[in-house]
Design a protein around this ligand. Structure first.
Ligand SMILES: Nc1nc2c(ncn2[C@@H]2O[C@H](COP(=O)(O)OP(=O)(O)OP(=O)(O)O)[C@@H](O)[C@H]2O)c(=O)[nH]1
Ligand SMILES: [Mg+2]
Length: 354
């Protein structure tokens, strides 16, 4: 399953425009629709994969993928996170879109991007708080009726409750692996990473005005990227050359899609490794700290079960030397065991038997 990032934010902040910027291609928009939600699966741009593909001339080159979801809000008005729990709970991370174009917000109030950001973050925290409240109440009722409850679960839920009551998101609470495991089933919103997108009006791209968002986003412990979503959506429809010409005109160095995906990898602590052969050159996404055996399991469960060893070389080195055989000769193709921690850009060749 590709990683799924869900677009959230105030009404009319430009969520759909950001989705367009992510899913438009020169051959048109690419997305599917499910239950009113728009789902777009986007290839992760990676120059190393392109270079490896040129080196191996495989039959297929398979990039890593990221899925973006443009959530259809019931009612459409003020962010009702409570009602969206069943949908948002399955997200790996959120892209929180803040309106930074025009002079007025969706309710006709003077535009205040910081207030909008804080309102959405508060809504998410409230949704988690209410869920916890209900759960703890039910646990107490169960206890009164003599049912057995897990003290470990109650303890971590109470810690979360106090933390949220103090106005802090759960992602800021230091939690052990076993505690996180208990919390996983609850799918709390504030436990998930958030990337903030300031959807800038074209005029503001040219003449930036201080809007306080950098400070507010940093204070919330989050990361911010800024772009003009409708402009990026338009750019994404163009062929490479026209795209570059227009981008240069606006001083855009990198498409929003690339910047957003890179930022998502950072906040989710993701890295890529590659497998290279004559039939396929492919990028795989893993979390930092993943071992060689677990990474092999991404490719096929048999590979993890029957893992013997992995031959590993950084993509840069392989590209420099020109072939795996050459890397073997120079000793740069290393033999690693199952506990080896895979690094970003590693080319892996897994030996296994089943
Ligand atoms: N001028 C300007 N208009 C924008 C920009 N981004 C979005 N809009 C307009 O603002 C309106 C709302 O944009 P959408 O992308 O539909 O926003 P949304 O968050 O998906 O809205 P809902 O799904 O209705 O909550 C549309 O009319 C867009 O054309 C921008 O950067 N500049
Ligand atoms: Mg929309």
């Amino acid at each position: 399953m590709a990683l799924a990032l869900y677009l959230i934010g105030a009404p009319r902040s430009g969520k759909s425009a950001v989705f367009d910027a992510l899913t438009h291609t020169p051959s048109g928009p690419h997305f599917a629709t499910k239950g009113g939600h728009r789902i777009g699966t986007v290839k992760v741009p990676d120059e190393r994969l392109d270079a490896l593909s040129e080196l191996f001339h495989p039959q297929r080159t398979v990039p890593a993928e990221v899925t973006f979801v443009d959530v259809a809000a019931p009612g459409g008005e003020a962010a009702a996170f409570r009602d969206l729990f069943p949908v948002l709970g399955t997200a790996d991370a959120f892209v929180l879109v803040v309106q930074a174009f025009g002079d007025y917000d969706f309710e006709g109030r003077p535009l205040d991007p910081v207030a909008q950001l804080e309102a959405v973050l508060l809504e998410m925290a409230l949704a988690d708080y209410e869920k916890l409240d209900q759960r703890l109440e039910r646990i107490r009722a169960d206890q009164r009726h003599g049912a057995k409850v897990s003290p470990a679960e109650v303890k971590v839920l109470e810690a979360c409750h106090a933390h949220l009551a103090a106005g802090r998101p759960l992602r800021a609470l230091p939690l052990r692996e076993d505690e996180l495991k208990v919390l996983r089933t609850y799918q709390f919103l504030t436990l998930k990473p958030v990337l903030v997108v300031a959807n800038m009006g074209e005029e503001r791209l040219r003449e930036p005005k201080p809007d306080g968002l950098d400070e507010a986003v940093a204070a919330a412990g989050l990361e911010l990227i800024r772009f003009c979503a409708p402009l990026e959506a338009e750019l994404a429809l163009l062929e490479r050359e026209d795209q570059q010409a227009l981008a240069a005109e606006y001083g855009i160095r990198e498409p929003a899609r690339t910047r957003l995906i890179q930022a998502a990898y950072r906040i989710l602590r993701l890295i890529s490794f590659f497998t290279c052969g004559e039939d396929e050159v492919r990028a795989w996404t893993i979390v930092e700290g993943t071992t060689a055996a677990a990474a092999a399991g991404k490719i096929h469960t048999d590979m993890e079960r029957g893992f013997i060893r992995a031959e590993v070389v950084p993509a840069e080195m392989l590209l420099q030397r020109g072939s795996l055989a050459r890397c073997r000769e120079t000793g740069e193709l290393r033999i690693e065991g199952k506990e080896y921690v895979v690094r970003d850009g590693d080319v892996l060749h897994v030996r296994f038997n089943v």
